[in-house]
Design a protein around this ligand. Sequence first.
Ligand code: BES
Ligand code: ZN
Ligand code: ZN
Length: 502
Amino acid sequence: MNFDAYKLIPGDFSPVPSLHAGDPVIDWVDAFAGVEAVAVLVGSDGDVPAELGLDREALARAGFTGAAGGTLLVPTGDGPLLVAVGAGALAELDQHALRDAAANATRATKGKSRFGLRIPDTELDAETLGRVVAEGVLLARYAFTPLKNGGAFTPLELVQVCAEGTDPVQAADGTGIGRINARATNIARDLCNAPPSHLTAVALAEVARELGERFGFEVQEFDREELIAMRCGGLLGVNAGSAQEPRMIKLHYAPPAKATGHLGLVGKGIMYDSGGVSLKPSDPMHLLMKMDMGGAASVLATFTALRDLGAGAEVTGFLMCTDNMPDGSAYKLGDVLTTRSGLTIEVKNTDAEGRLVMCDGLTLALEDEVDVVVDIATLTGAALMALGQLTAALLGNNQALVDAVRTSAASTDEQVWQLPLERKYRKQLDSDIADISNLGGKYAGATTAALFLEAFVGDTPWAHLDIAGTMQSDTDDVWRSKGATGFGTRTLIDLAQNFSRR
Ligand code: BES
Ligand code: ZN
Ligand code: ZN
């Protein structure tokens, strides 16, 4: 990798360390053996597992009711550490509650590399159970550690799961699926957590090539000269102030049998968003702007799962990658960019750069004759303000596609909420001198950003995920580990797996 010498980036630095860590073993067992800790899920009702050696009254005296989120370290004379982990009302122990409980159990045993997990009887089928347990465990035991000398993080080696009455073969199949989903999510997290000077657009293209070879998809990269020839004026405009070259990275997955349809995915890949000439105020938000490529990260991560999950659709991805920096060469307010579509854009704010790179990606997807296109972008502070850090904004021009994204999101516990694509606001984007401007009014910023994108999708069914709020978590919160969340990855994987042309 060709990094500037002064950054002293070690030659063996990888922006995707999770890929190089060993995969923990997850075994389905009748009894625990050789573990350092045992986490026992306890409902707020129902029997207390005998293993704890305490009844409900004794647990309650110690302040443990079995409510979701609660944990209690149970003193033992010898043997493995014993922890009770609240699972909430057993009748409500659905796949999301179980994923959360598995994540909480993993956090409660965080210093241990080998732990056992006892699961109460549930209504869940064995495969779903296996999948969500694997996801909860593997997503909760995640940290980005390659730049730390030492530290407290203990990687996981072994989890033994004991779930009486659950078919271990089916559960193990589910674990395999959960493992693929979690691996992809953790790849997306790695990419977002990597420092912006360690992961430039050029470096991301290198990572994409490595992932493509390993996980069976095609990768093409387009450099500045090629992007000029392709007239991608949106991406080039944003890149103008950057010392780093831009990259458009095109990904392609072809299923082994006849494709059920062709899904296009476009990801915002702003490797660092300073705001450009419309410089962001120097507040803690700046620190998060290395994650402004979270959309591109989740699209790339999605591709790592397609072959292994046997996705039946053809999928083409476009990662629109560049820094957004102020400089003597930077694009200016008042500039007019000519996009690949031919539409011209008056730049009224250089910090509304996401839509400028995304529009070229959408045009490229349409040229590939995708059946539908879904884009994902850390696009607006307005989405964060409206929906907070747990829920992403979802908009689109086709309700069936929006509903499909919603269904996929619901199956993964990545929360989304549809916002209206209110076309009466479209005139806020009118420009006196170009076809459209990149800045709407003061209100409904997530909607006006989406309306801007809609101008580039024509009649093609299109859905848009604004993940500005959900891209990172301020705390360890069930399966969301502090830092980048990898949000959208599992939703897009599910969408790709279930996609068929209507
Ligand atoms: N990358 C930001 C959006 C963002 C904000 C992501 C907070 C994550 C957390 C985006 O490029 C941006 O700056 N948007 C502006 C648009 C505005 C100038 C129309 C915003 O939301 O303030
Ligand atoms: Zn911006
Ligand atoms: Zn941005």
